[in-house]
Design a protein. Structure first.
Length: 332
């Protein structure tokens, strides 16, 4: 079985691509990954496990206060003679993913875990420099997944992950305790064959727990999923900065319709999702006007307002005075 993944770096114009590794049972390596000058430093920990599974952990430590919010990081291009099951789990940080093969764009990381089923793959990846990133990636042949948990159960898992088609990318909410299992595969205290054996055990535990969550526990999850989703969403929106998120993409990442998401949010917090986002934007604007000397038109643009006039109108309606008067009070 032949599977090739080529990784090219977008961080430096002349960075060398990752050299192909001959995948054998003994493959295990730790290497540095290139970063743009002054942006920080990265590392990549790779293991090839039994049953033709590849496990990778990548960490990116960013220099505080970088002027660029989203940094281009890598492109992944590959093909296989058999469908591949690929998982990207984030412990910290966020990324923006462009699946050029499917022309699909996703915000993953804290927003969700990304799952791929592919024979050909073509991805571009950007990382949010506001927080260090730690990401684990697991790849295996689909036949390996079938042999590990059975073909019927494996197919049920793929259906639960919205991977029912032969070529698809899906963003799913995975409980942190499940995501952490994959990250715990990389032991800092073991070496050699013991380190690989530990990783193999943790990967199997991750697959079992993931299957229980998306297959066995499906009925129980549905009873509480709406409440869990809106609570997680509210926390996520409070962490966001800048312009309003795409509600359709947010809803898709939580596996729920935009209408249902808004209705459940209103039921939980007595406020529509749209009103909450507008409120958070204006609070952010008020804080920016108080703490910085940025021009009002710049703040308005960063928060997604089409022009200063609409921003001033919304700000005045919310706080009872125009943004300019707040600046004058503070002598800006």
């Amino acid at each position: 079985m032949k599977s090739i993944l080529n990784i090219g770096w977008l961080t430096e114009a002349h960075a060398e691509p990752v050299q192909p590794i001959e995948l054998t049972q003994d493959s295990m390596s730790i290497s540095a990954a290139p970063m743009a000058h002054g942006a920080g430093h990265s590392s990549c920990d790779y293991m090839h496990l039994a049953l033709n599974m590849d496990l990778t952990q990548v960490t990116h430590h960013f220099t505080p206060g970088l002027p660029v919010h989203w940094l281009p990081m890598a492109e992944v291009v590959g093909k296989s003679s058999e469908p591949q099951f690929l998982v990207r789990e984030f412990l910290t940080g966020k990324s923006f993913l462009h699946d050029r093969q499917l022309d699909k764009k996703l915000h993953d990381g804290l927003a969700g875990s990304t799952f791929h089923l592919f024979e050909q793959i073509d991805l571009q990846i950007w990382l949010d420099s506001g927080e260090d990133v730690e990401m684990a990636m697991l790849k295996m042949d689909i036949s390996t997944l079938y042999s590990l948990i059975g073909e019927a159960t494996a197919q049920a898992l793929l259906d639960g992950l919205n991977l029912g088609k032969a070529q698809v990318t899906s963003l799913q909410r995975v409980p942190p305790e499940i995501s952490r299992l994959l990250h715990s595969s990389f032991s800092k205290h073991l070496a050699g064959s013991l380190r690989r054996l530990h990783a193999q055990a943790k990967v199997l535990e991750y697959l079992v727990t993931l299957t229980e969550h998306f297959v066995e526990g499906k009925g129980n999850r549905r009873e509480n999923i709406k409440t869990q989703v809106v609570r997680e969403l509210r926390e996520e929106l409070q962490r966001m900065e800048g312009s309003s998120p795409n509600l359709k993409e947010l809803a898709e990442s939580y596996g729920i319709s935009t209408r249902t998401l808004n209705e459940q949010f209103k039921h939980e917090y007595r406020q529509s999702l749209y009103s909450f986002i507008a409120e958070e934007r204006l609070k952010t604007a008020h804080a920016a006007l108080t703490r910085s000397r940025q021009a009002i038109k710049v703040i308005a643009a960063q928060l997604g307002f089409s022009d200063v006039s609409s921003f001033t109108k919304a700000f005045t309606k919310r706080f009872g005075y125009p943004p300019g008067s707040l600046r004058r009070e503070r002598g800006f």
